[in-house]
Design a protein around this ligand. Structure first.
Ligand code: RP5
Length: 168
């Protein structure tokens, strides 16, 4: 994806390719804000060595935030957080069996000491994790801060422009 260049500031990782339909909403937001990012499938239980390598090299590769989406017994965000000090934003993917409640509880209930910031289940969580990553980066990057302000203003303007629900 074009977000892979220049050096990514945000890593989007997910437990399975099947998570992409959720996590693409994070990528879309980062793309819209012009934030360099990458997207990778990194499974805690199917490719644990890849997970360790990804986490251990994240900081030295320049990643400032990692958005991690997983479903079911969703240990990916917590395992990443255990192996890197780069902040982890966890996105619970909506599972088929339990509609994502399993994913949410797996991600949110981290024992004290290794934090994972947890977002809403599904599309909203992925989009908001990206906006939150942007807000974190904006504290030290004026260009990203400006784009974030512009995004929020447009969102407000769009709502105001269609405030009468009877109009199309
Ligand atoms: C988790 O298991 C993934 O994050 C995914 O949400 C879920 C199902 O994976 P697949 O069976 O679709 O590969 O590891």
């Amino acid at each position: 994806m074009s977000g892979d260049h220049p050096a990514p500031l945000v890593g989007i990782v997910m437990g399975s390719r099947s998570d992409w339909e959720t996590m693409l909403h994070a990528a879309e937001k980062l793309q819209a804000l012009g934030i360099p990012h990458e997207a990778r499938v990194v499974s805690a239980h199917r490719t644990p060595d890849v997970l360790f390598d990804y986490a251990e090299t994240a900081a030295s590769r320049g990643l400032r935030v990692i958005i991690a989406g997983a479903g079911g017994a969703a240990h990916l965000p917590g395992m990443l957080a255990a192996k890197t000090a780069v902040p982890i934003l966890g996105v619970p993917v909506q599972s088929k069996a339990l509609s994502g409640l399993d994913s949410l509880l797996s991600i949110v209930q981290m024992p004290a000491g290794i934090p994972v910031a947890t977002f809403a289940i599904g599309h909203a969580g992925a989009a908001n994790a990206a906006l939150f990553a942007a807000a974190m980066l904006a504290t030290t990057d004026a260009a990203i801060a400006e784009k974030l302000v512009a995004f929020r203003k447009k969102q407000t303007d769009d709502v105001m422009a269609t405030a009468d629900p009877r109009t199309a």
